[in-house]
Write a new protein. Structure first.
Lengths: 736, 653
């Protein structure tokens, strides 16, 4: 029975290890042992061998030890009669397969031309295989696994019975927000080829990720999973048992096998089972139903393709909260990243083209009617294709728990809600929003009134605890838009004043955020008005609202109580809370210091600040910057060093917004310490930064701060500081 | 006692055994007029007073015998009542059993220390991982030290377990915390192993402890010093020196003897000499000598627990179990039977005189007058072993008429705790999780240890087989040691194909893992592996917090040795139900029997039971397991739990 599966796995593993040995010998011949091997822009080396064995492989020669390890895990196929126990052997052969895969895939990055596109999204033409995700993608997407936006991933191996089925399965998984990792082929065709043929947009943004056409490319899915454990789970490299347990209990992934499942694909499945990821096949490849290594069944087959997604979810033990919204197109975060090109656009609103705005306002419960959605002006059906029209979206909400303070929190979510229908694009917020509706969506019957339907449904779904009624008005006449925009603008101003005037001293209550504890068990964020969460997406108001919405959720009020140290930003109440919530791992935490008991980091940080001792200052680098920093480490390496809930003096993760807070590293003299940041980050925060430094009497500080165009080493930073007369040079020693 | 063989039953009655080879050889023995235990059992009637535990011979005012019909009406000369007397007899069996296992453990520890000092050529540290793991248990530093340094300190600390006085035994911490706490509360936590045996002997002497419950308390403490002490030390150190068993394939039953090779049977209980005999038998010079003598080679076969030791670690085929030792000689094909200690019948040399077989005793502790004695010293182990093998080879030409039954069966053995851990998850996911999960989901109803001896008072192997077949058919995974394992192996229950005889759920699990439904865990000291396995099931979670919560039981359907009583007592004291067949040695005392069968449930949450009928024994055990499942709330199938993010956060990573 499952002896058949064991036999095929073991045979497949033996073949793949032999193939890895052949590739490695050829590479040794061709390049020599000292040739560098790496996956692009990652601090996790070759992630499987690093995560499982703690090996830091950087050269072709070093791959030999990995090959040795793979060989040591191989076993002969079970005897025909009186066989020895084979499950342990099968799982070991699965792991040997992953090691072999990693050798083969690492060597592919030495090929010219490179078989993979090193980018986040697939180009519209030509090669679309993306291979290994770099750390920027891994961290950005990892966050979605943290907060549950991505409930898991499906490693789809082989080609579906038809292109139509491939598209249907991809859409079904997208609607459930499950990432689709595609690899391997049947007769030269893979599921990704089928999606390309159907013109489906692929890449990390749409959650349809083509890894590689080779069966060995499946390793990039498991490499991603391994890095998630290391980056967010605080698991030490080489602690294989925790890497795998973390994946079994946190990353809810599974494998879907389409078409014929050969020995090599069987071997991949056994590798995945080590992670607790079961395999479901449409063909009859036998079954392994008893539970234990996976949460439930290990191999289930045959399952008809129209039931396969549902079955896989059940087998993996995955519970999804999908609220079906009554609109004629698919809906889900996977469609957020969809592009709508100009020629595909039916209707365009806002941007720089027409006036537009979106606005959430609180009303008395008697003033509005729930689910009343009005389009005031022309509907899409009245308008010809390729038109640009003004757009005003006014959402009136009412509820006994609703407060004016929550308006921006709700309003900020409009972007996600309106970007998630398939064929609808949304960008920006407030009065600089921009929308497109595609011709395809229009054809399927999507109307402007559906924007209201979505807002109504999602506000009730996500804010049900505070919102009782939701009424939506959509204006498309220019005069109406302009008039109502003025009303909205008055509100925007009032809110900015209120939030801008809030200081840490003005409240007795901060809010915790332990959302990431699912991934980083000892990490605790405490969010104050002047220090937003390090991920950039949770500020004090968001947390306050979140607490109201879910009083037992991850955002809890934290009473400051007495001040322990005002300059470093330590309060007794916060320290006590952090001590308990970190499971007694962290005793104290400074809000405003990088040197003394800095805040811990989960792994979701927008930026990492690091002390440059010789320059007597601090650098900070944003996640998107992949170059070298003067700290001698790239962002990814820094992130690997400080993530996972550790407290490391001299390093701290933070949001972009915190840079322009008056409390930025207050204990170390604030912005005067900032000596280096990437140019792209400078450009992004320029306006607010200059406003802050002008208030402080240093209008030119931004220019005195080095960036990669002038300095990538600490010596070069110092030279730049001396040249520009940066104030850091005159401050007391930071390492004092 | 329906299955006890009635006096006067003819040897030709095939009801004496269910083992075909044994039946065939008994007929052959009858024809040749060779005496065996089967026949003697007919001639020697069990003493009716002793059988019920009602004879007191601990002083010479007596011996006093109690009327089994009216025990409560009689007292001994000293005034001792039947309860005291039965408890003394039972407790002294515990002391004897503990002494046997523990003296074995002591010898192993001494050899281990000598091996660490490189004083005993041929002995070495084979399992470094286990060495370090055990060192951690004993608080021996491992970092920056050679294996030999670690081993020497570890060996000394193990040896100290025998003679220390007041501290608790180190390895009891392997048990669930709740259990070790209960022992402390009850005052039965074992201290030095020797001390517990000595104290039990003292307390059961004339005029000392005369409260049967108090005697049984010390019996528990003594037995625990066996299971969690002497036996466990023996198992662990043997694994480190000779290798932790891993699954292997070999064969069992008299058919493993070869017509054209020098046959050597190794019989008894310890692996120290046997391991060296295995090496000597592979010595090219001796093989050449065998060929010169006209044999095709040298063939080793095991018997009883020495056989199990080298079967598990070296794959040496097994000649048979306890009641086959004489029959093996009657084949006429055995050049030498080498014996060490325990379960060796004194009848062997006189029976061997009818053939060319040499009976060679090797232990200074165990001599038989008419046997050849070649004393074994670990310091010169290989040379002595070669001498013994040579003696066998040189005896080949004396061989006369040979009658070897054809029967031999394949088996898979080697299910140590480490193997079970590995086979359920491989190197990277090794754990008991799949076992616990499948117990929880009901594919496996429970786990039962079927252990113990053969006893000619009940048909040889029959109870073992019918009980085990019934258990596996009811989805109960069976783990075995000793002669019970050999009985089932002969019947083909120890091969993975036997899963077809299991219930649907157990069969599915067997097919997933590739295992037989009956797992051979080793010799009788290796019952300690079952204690470790039970503790690991508790630790893995989902099946309660103590061994007594687990849906498990132990039984010895064909027991005969005092060692079985010691084993049973430590399992009961560890929280298990233990059922014995054949006969019950305290039946003279209603109060004591009630104490062991009923009151123990409230004290140890484990108890003794007696049931000679295998079918009834099976249903008693199944009922017990069902009750445990009920208490755990796993008797009913639960709906599948699906996890959203919030639920996942509650899972351990």
């Amino acid at each position: 029975m499952s002896k058949l599966i064991a036999t095929r796995v073991i045979r497949g593993a033996n073949k793949l290890v032999a193939r890895a040995e052949k590739s490695l010998n050829e590479a040794l011949q061709k390049y020599g042992p000292d040739k560098k091997v790496e996956f692009p822009n990652t601090a996790y080396f070759l992630p499987i061998s690093y995560g499982m064995l703690g090996m830091k492989i950087t050269t072709v020669g070093e791959l030999q030890q990995l090959l040795g390890k793979a060989k040591s895990l191989l076993h002969p196929v079970p005897a025909e009669k009186v066989w020895l126990p084979y499950l342990g052997h099968t799982l070991d052969c699965g792991m040997a397969t992953l090691f072999a895969d990693e050798i083969i895939e690492a060597l592919k990055y030495l090929q010219s031309p490179l078989p993979y596109m090193v980018m986040e999204n697939c180009p519209e033409e030509g090669n679309f295989w993306l291979g290994a995700a770099d750390d920027v993608i891994m961290r950005k997407r990892g966050v979605e696994f943290v907060d549950g936006t991505a409930p898991g991933f499906a490693a789809c191996v082989g080609a579906c019975p038809s292109t139509e089925i491939a598209v249907k399965i991809a859409r079904e998984l997208q609607e459930k927000s499950i990432y689709v990792f595609m690899s391997a082929a049947n007769n030269g065709t893979s599921m990704a080829d089928q999606l390309r043929e159907a013109g489906v947009q692929m890449g990390w943004e749409t959650r349809l990720v083509p890894l590689g056409s080779d069966v060995t490319a499946t390793i990039h899915a498991l490499g991603f999973a391994t890095r998630a454990a290391l980056a967010f789970g605080g698991v030490k490299p080489g602690d294989f048992s925790r890497v795998l347990k973390y994946n079994k209990n946190r990353v809810f992934a599974f494998a879907l096998a389409f078409g014929e499942v050969d020995d090599e694909k069987h071997a991949q499945a056994a590798g995945a089972i080590n992670f607790g990821f079961p395999a479901i096949s449409e063909r009859d490849i036998d079954r392994i139903l008893p539970t234990g290594v996976c949460t439930y069944e290990h191999v289930v087959s045959p399952v008809p393709v129209n039931e396969i997604v549902q079955k896989a979810i059940e087998v993996r033990g995955l519970k999804l909260h999908v609220h079906k919204i009554p609109i004629p197109v698919s809906y889900g975060p996977a469609f957020e990243g969809e592009r709508i090109r100009g020629e595909d656009t039916y209707l365009e609103m806002g941007g720089t083209k027409t006036p537009a705005f979106e606005f959430v306002t609180t009303k008395n419960i008697n003033e509005i009617t729930d689910n009343k959605i009005e389009v005031i002006g022309q509907e899409i059906t009245d308008i010809p294709a390729g038109t640009q029209i003004p757009l005003g979206i006014v959402v009136a909400v009412a509820g006994r728990q609703m407060q004016e303070d929550f308006e921006p929190v709700l309003e900020r979510r409009l972007h996600n809600f309106l970007n998630e229908p398939q064929g609808v694009f949304h960008m920006g917020q407030r009065d600089n929003n921009w929308m497109r509706i595609s011709k395809e969506a229009k054809e399927k019957g999507f109307k402007l009134s559906h924007l209201g339907t979505i807002i109504h449904a999602q506000f009730h779904n996500e804010f049900g605890a505070i919102v009782d009624k939701v009424q939506v008005k959509i204006y498309t006449k220019e005069a109406d838009v302009l008039k109502n925009r003025e009303v909205a603008r008055q509100s925007y101003r009032k809110r900015d004043e209120r939030i801008g005037s809030m200081t840490d001293e003005s409240t007795e209550t901060f809010y915790s955020c332990t959302l990431c504890q699912s991934f980083a068990p000892t990490h605790v964020c405490v969010i104050s008005p002047e220090r937003t969460g390090l991920c950039g997406s949770y500020n004090w108001f968001t947390c306050k609202a979140a607490y109201q919405i879910n009083p037992r959720g991850p955002n809890q009020p934290v009473l400051k109580n007495e001040v322990v140290d005002a300059a470093r930003g330590q309060w007794k109440g916060c320290n006590d809370f952090v001590y308990q919530a970190s499971r007694k791992a962290i005793a104290a935490m400074s809000f405003y210091s990088i040197m003394s008991e800095p805040m811990t980091s989960c792994g979701c940080f927008e930026c990492i600040a690091a002390v440059l001792p010789a320059a007597n200052g601090v650098m900070t680098v944003n996640r998107e910057f992949s170059g070298m920093t003067p700290a001698g480490m790239k962002f990814s390496t820094l992130a690997g060093t400080i993530g996972g809930g550790q407290q490391i003096p001299g390093f701290v993760g933070h949001s972009k917004r915190y840079i322009i807070s008056k409390k930025f590293l207050l204990s170390e003299s604030g912005l005067k310490r900032l000596v280096w940041m990437p140019k792209m980050l400078k450009d992004e925060i320029k306006e607010l930064f200059n406003k802050r430094t002008t208030e402080e009497g240093m209008p030119n500080l931004l220019d005195m701060i080095a960036d990669e165009t002038v300095a990538t080493t600490e010596e070069e930073v110092i030279a730049h500081l001396q040249k520009t007369g940066h104030p850091a040079l005159t401050l007391a020693p930071i390492m004092g | 006692m329906s299955q006890i063989v009635k006096e006067g039953t003819n040897v030709m009655d095939d009801n004496r055994s269910v083992c075909e080879a044994t039946i065939e050889m008994l007929r052959y023995a009858e024809a040749g007029n060779y005496d065996t235990a089967f026949q003697r059992a007919l001639k020697v009637k069990p003493c009716p007073i002793g059988a019920t535990g009602s004879c007191c011979k601990h002083c010479y005012m007596g011996p006093c015998r109690f009327n089994p019909k009216k025990p409560e009406e009689s007292v001994g000369v000293c005034g001792a009542d039947i309860n005291t007397v039965a408890a003394r007899n039972f407790a002294r069996a515990v002391a004897a059993g503990t002494a046997a296992h523990s003296d074995h453990g002591r010898e192993v520890a001494k050899t281990f220390i000598a091996a660490a000092r490189k004083e005993v050529p041929g002995y070495e540290i084979k399992d470094e991982v286990k060495l370090k793991a055990l060192a951690r248990d004993f608080g021996v530093k491992t970092e920056g030290r050679s294996n030999e340094e670690i081993a020497e300190e570890l060996g000394q600390k193990c040896l100290r377990e025998f003679y220390k006085q007041d501290e608790e035994l180190v390895l009891i911490k392997r048990g669930p915390e709740k259990r070790t706490q209960l022992w402390r509360e009850l005052g039965v936590t074992p201290r030095g192993i020797d001390r517990e045996v000595v104290e039990l002997m003292h307390r059961t002497a004339m005029g000392v402890d005369q409260d049967y419950k108090n005697i049984m308390k010390q019996a528990s403490r003594c037995s625990l010093s066996d299971g969690w002490g002497g036996s466990m030390i023996a198992t662990e150190l043997q694994d480190i020196m000779f290798g932790t068993p891993i699954p292997l394939r070999t064969q069992v039953n008299l058919g493993v003897l070869k017509k054209d090779e020098v046959n050597i049977i190794i019989h008894g209980h310890e692996p120290l000499l046997a391991e060296m005999i295995v090496r000597a038998s592979r010595d090219p010079e001796l093989i050449n000598l065998a060929k010169q003598k006209g044999a095709k080679g040298i063939n080793l076969a095991g018997m009883c627990c020495t056989g199990n030791e080298i079967l598990l670690r070296q794959g040496v085929p097994m000649g048979g179990n306890f009641l086959q030792q004489e029959i093996a000689i009657i084949t006429g094909a055995v050049e030498a039977m080498i014996v060490d200690v325990q379960c060796v019948m004194q009848s062997l040399p006189s029976l061997a005189k009818c053939f060319h077989t040499k009976i060679i005793t090797t232990s200074s502790k165990a001599k038989i007058p008419s046997a050849e004695h070649i004393e074994f010293h670990e310091h010169d182990a290989l040379n002595i072993s070669k001498k013994i093998v040579r003696a066998a080879v040189e005896n080949y030409h004396n061989r006369g008429k040979v009658h070897i039954p054809d029967n031999k069966t394949d088996l898979i053995a080697g299910f140590s705790h480490e193997t079970i851990n590995y086979m359920l998850g491989g190197s990277f996911r090794a754990s008991y999780r799949p076992l616990n999960d499948n117990i929880i989901n009901g594919r496996i109803r429970g786990v039962v240890g079927v252990v113990g001896c053969n006893n000619p008072r009940t048909p040889h192997d029959r109870s073992h087989l019918s009980l085990v077949r019934e258990l596996i058919a009811n989805d109960i995974l069976v783990v075995e040691t000793g002669c019970a394992a050999i009985a089932c192996a002969k019947d083909g229950l120890l091969i993975p194909e036997a899963a077809t005889a299991a219930g649907k759920g157990l069969r599915e699990v067997c097919e997933t893992v590739g295992i037989p439904p009956v797992l051979h865990c080793g010799s009788c000291v290796d019952n300690s592996r079952i204690l470790v396995a039970c503790s690991e099931m508790v630790r893995e979670g989902g099946l309660g917090t103590d061994i007594s919560d687990l849906p498990v039981a132990g039984c010895a359907p064909e027991w005969m040795s005092e060692k079985a009583i010691a084993i049973g007592q430590y399992f009961v004291s560890s929280g298990a139900l233990v059922v014995f067949g054949v006969t019950w040695p305290t039946s003279g005392s209603e109060a004591l029997t009630n104490h062991l069968f009923k009151e123990y449930e409230n004290i140890f949450k484990g108890r003794w039971a007696f049931e000679p009928d295998a079918a009834k024994m099976a249903s008693l055990i199944i009922d017990h397991i069902n009750k445990k499942r009920e208490a755990l709330g796993i008797q009913k199938t639960k709906e599948r739990v699906l996890y959203d993010m919030e639920a996942r956060r509650t899972l351990e990573v």
